[in-house]
Design a protein around this ligand. Structure first.
Ligand code: GUN
Length: 300
């Protein structure tokens, strides 16, 4: 069977349209304009392009939006003071510090300095705890994007066997927490396999999955014969496996061997163009939620 492609860019565009209308409504009815500040330390080209894209999208959606670029040698204390200034700014509902930060700065200290109600990355321990409890405002952007893709393309995962490959704090662990929620779009039976799982067991678990979500960080790791016929496969991996001689651009591969897996799956996300385009859109969704939270329009 040849799998249907889950086109993240199309789903992301649809969600952004929904958000744009919601932002117009918030302005008209509540005089509320979602505000987002993105803080970038240094000039890493990848990070520059990420924050530029985040700013572009937030402007398109009608947010109040600030890009704060800081030199690579900013002290940790100065960065913490900057975050505190934004914590106190009522026009800003979301604060994002682009990672990674330079080595002289403790990234956990920085992330934990953000007011949890402005933590649109959902990396603060308070938000991690809120998600585990099931009473949350924000979900981390990448796993939240995966959930949206599954729900909108494949359908409600309720009662399905979900296998998550990888246990990072940014994708694998929150992905598990999201899929076990007693809510629409979740309510699945979830297994997490990781580097501590023997390979034969890993393959066994993957073969049971109705929905296989892969964030392993290993290019083309998942093979076609590890995948159940008709499964929905979500590939979170973005690996640079070479450079195009023609264009000089990086050649990307996911964590799934697309060629063989797409013959078995019923749905699959391509790399690029699958999960990637969803991440910024989910950040925008979190920022709208943060604004509503601040205005008392939603309560935790
Ligand atoms: N760097 C790469 N991905 C992310 C992300 O999701 N959030 C932040 N803050 N930095 C990142």
């Amino acid at each position: 069977m040849a799998a249907k492609l889950i086109k993240g860019a199309e789903v992301a565009a649809q969600i952004r349209e929904e958000l744009k209308k919601e932002v117009e409504d918030l302005k008209a009815k509540h005089n509320l304009i979602p505000g987002l500040v993105t803080i970038l330390v240094g000039e890493d080209p990848g990070s520059v392009s990420y924050v530029t894209a985040k700013q572009k999208t937030s402007h398109e959606l009608g947010f109040y939006s600030i890009q704060d670029s800081q030199p690579p040698d900013i002290t940790e204390a100065a960065l913490l003071a900057l975050i505190e200034k934004y914590n106190q700014d009522p026009k800003l509902h979301g604060i994002l510090v682009q990672l990674p930060v330079p080595k002289h700065i403790d990234s956990n200290k920085v992330l934990y300095a953000i007011d949890p109600n402005k933590d649109v990355d959902a990396f603060h321990p308070v938000n991690v705890g809120r998600i585990l409890i099931g009473n949350y405002a924000f979900l981390p952007c990448t796993p939240a994007g995966c959930q949206e893709l599954i729900y909108r393309a494949y359908g409600d995962p309720k009662g399905k066997e979900v296998v998550v490959v990888g246990r990072s704090n940014i994708v694998g662990k929150p992905m598990v927490a999201i899929m076990i929620q007693k809510r629409a779009g979740a309510n699945a039976t979830v297994t997490c396999v990781h580097t501590g799982t023997p390979k034969d067991k890993m393959i066994e678990h993957c073969r049971r999955a109705d929905i296989l979500i892969v964030a392993a960080g290993v290019p083309k790791y998942i093979q076609g014969d590890w995948v159940k016929e008709g499964a929905c496969v979500i590939d979170v991996g973005v690996n640079r496996i070479g450079k195009s001689e023609k264009t000089g651009k990086a050649i990307l591969a996911g964590d799934v061997d697309f060629e063989s897996v797409s013959q078995k799956a019923s749905f699959i996300t391509p790399v690029p163009g699958g999960v990637g385009p969803m991440t910024i859109t989910m950040l925008m969704k979190n920022t709208v939620m943060a604004a509503k939270l601040a205005a008392g329009l939603v309560k935790l």
